[in-house]
Write a protein that binds this ligand. Structure first.
Ligand SMILES: Nc1ncnc2c1ncn2[C@@H]1O[C@H](COP(=O)(O)OP(=O)(O)OP(=O)(O)O)[C@@H](O)[C@H]1O
Ligand SMILES: [Mg+2]
Length: 457
């Protein structure tokens, strides 16, 4: 085999038997697949049967000559590249063949190695093309990976990690604030893995109290506890040979943590109230918005379990740290809601800028909600900042870990000032002269405030 990427299928059309056998043997020794035909009609039949990459074709052939074969092949839009074998002194044939779309010609008599060089040239060309296509694909794909959209460096790096961890079978933990896409990433990791045809089972650890969570995960035997009227399989059994996704894993109570650790180490467990040991093969992907290290430090989360879970960790950055992703996300969401609402809305540039000026404490989910609400409420075809404002209204809040009642007066006033600035800017479609007039401050003052609040674009 000459090149790992491209293994060409060759058709050799030659009526002279000695020539046919010598050439085909030689080409096969190079690791290429060679089919032979002894006249033009058989050659054409072969071409219709199979997608050849290269056709090496004599010109003088019985029944149908090489030139006709070439013409017919090109008419049926065959992708095959032709190398014509012309007799000495018939250079006119060669010219005609090239005009008809042959890639190359070789004059008889020739040394087989010379033919090999010509074949290799075509292969190299195809390998380059194939590489280019691959490259192009990977560049295009990088605006998004599966359903995950992200143009920022931070997201690009995450796509790379996801791609790698999908191929291996280790446990992964996904960290990030609420709405950053942890659930989405967990799903993609499963879909890209070799387990994709097996179940993806989700467990929301925060939704159930400890004892219920235990039976939800491991199942129970009939009569294991009050209310256990029949035997039930747990999620681990359902997820066998697939992926189990633990959402909000920080909320698992200690006794369930211990049982979980055993599954991770020994791949086995017993149902609640059961004796039988059940073996499973699952991959564990977990997610949390909490600081697990902190929970470990405070004794709320087992350190040994934590190390098992975080073999690989993916940290999804908050949206405000990758604002360049906003236009791409918005485009996708708008496309989705346009389809759903049977509308044809577009966004004005000012509207995009307005969307980019906001900090999104609720991250991508909040942005998605804002677009949905805006799309539903807007009557005109082009979305303007004031349309977004309607949707912003209920959301607007500068990012702060504190709840309103715990703010100092200064923090509260700052928050109100910032929100009001955003509102007025939106109302004036970003016109700073007009905004300054409404706010009763100088343009310079407005500019300074915009800078302080990171509202400058
Ligand atoms: N990069 C992204 N591209 C496209 N859609 C995204 C992206 N990130 C998040 N979303 C969408 O935003 C919404 C919230 O994402 P998801 O539920 O995965 O967040 P999460 O981190 O699991 O949040 P929570 O901690 O609240 O459960 C989903 O509808 C998801 O499809
Ligand atoms: Mg989630």
């Amino acid at each position: 085999m000459e090149d790992g990427i491209y293994r060409p299928e060759i058709l050799l059309v030659e009526d002279d038997e000695i020539m046919r056998v010598t050439v085909s043997d030689h080409l096969r020794k190079k690791g290429w697949t060679v089919t032979v035909a002894e006249d033009g009609v058989i050659g054409m039949e072969q071409l219709k049967k199979k997608d050849f990459d290269i056709v090496i074709c004599d010109i003088r052939l019985p029944k149908k000559n090489g030139m006709e074969l070439l013409r017919e092949a090109k008419e049926t839009s065959s992708q095959a590249e032709f190398i014509m074998m012309t007799a000495h002194g018939t250079i006119g044939d060669a010219v005609e063949a090239m005009r008809l779309g042959a890639r190359d010609y070789i004059t008889k008599p020739f040394h087989v190695d010379e033919l090999v060089i010509r074949v290799k040239k075509i292969i190299e060309h195809h390998v380059l093309l194939a590489k280019y296509e691959l490259l192009k694909e990977s560049v295009e794909e990088r605006y998004s990976y599966q359903n995950i959209i992200g143009r920022s460096k931070k997201m690009q790096a995450i796509f790379n990690v996801i791609e790698k961890v999908s191929r291996i079978d280790t446990n992964v933990i996904i960290l990030g604030e609420s709405g950053t896409g942890k659930g989405l990433v967990a799903n993609v990791i499963h879909m890209m893995s070799s387990r994709r045809d097996r179940p993806f089972v989700k467990v929301n650890c925060a939704a159930l109290p400890g004892t219920l969570l235990e039976s939800e995960l491991f199942g129970h035997e009939k009569g294991a506890f009050t209310g256990a009227i029949r035997k039930k399989s747990g999620k681990f059994e359902l997820a066998d040979r697939g992926t189990i996704f633990f959402d909000e894993i920080g909320d698992i109570p200690p006794f369930v943590q211990a049982k979980l650790l055993r599954v991770l180490q020994e791949h086995e467990f017993e149902r609640v109230g059961g004796e039988e040991t059940i073996k499973v093969d699952v991959r564990l992907v977990s997610a949390t918005k909490e600081d697990l290290e902190n929970l470990v430090a405070n004794g709320k989360f087992r350190e040994d379990l934590y190390f098992r879970l975080k073999v690989i960790s993916i940290h999804l950055p908050p949206l405000r740290e990758r604002k360049e992703d906003i236009p791409f996300l918005v485009e996708e969401f708008l496309k989705r809601f346009n389809k759903k609402l049977k509308k044809n809305l577009t966004l004005s540039n000012e509207a995009v800028k307005c969307l980019m000026s906001y900090d999104y404490p609720g991250n991508v989910r909040e942005l998605e909600n804002i677009i949905e609400r805006t799309a539903a409420m807007t009557d005109s075809d082009v979305i303007m900042p004031k349309d977004i404002l309607h949707s912003f209204d209920k959301n607007i809040r500068i990012y702060s870990d504190k709840e309103e009642e715990n703010l100092t007066l200064k923090e509260l006033l700052t928050r109100i000032e910032r929100e009001h600035l955003i509102k007025v800017l939106a109302e004036t479609d970003g016109n700073k002269v007009e905004a300054a007039r409404i706010l009763g401050i100088s343009r310079k003052n407005l500019w300074e405030k915009l800078k302080v609040y990171h509202l400058l674009k």
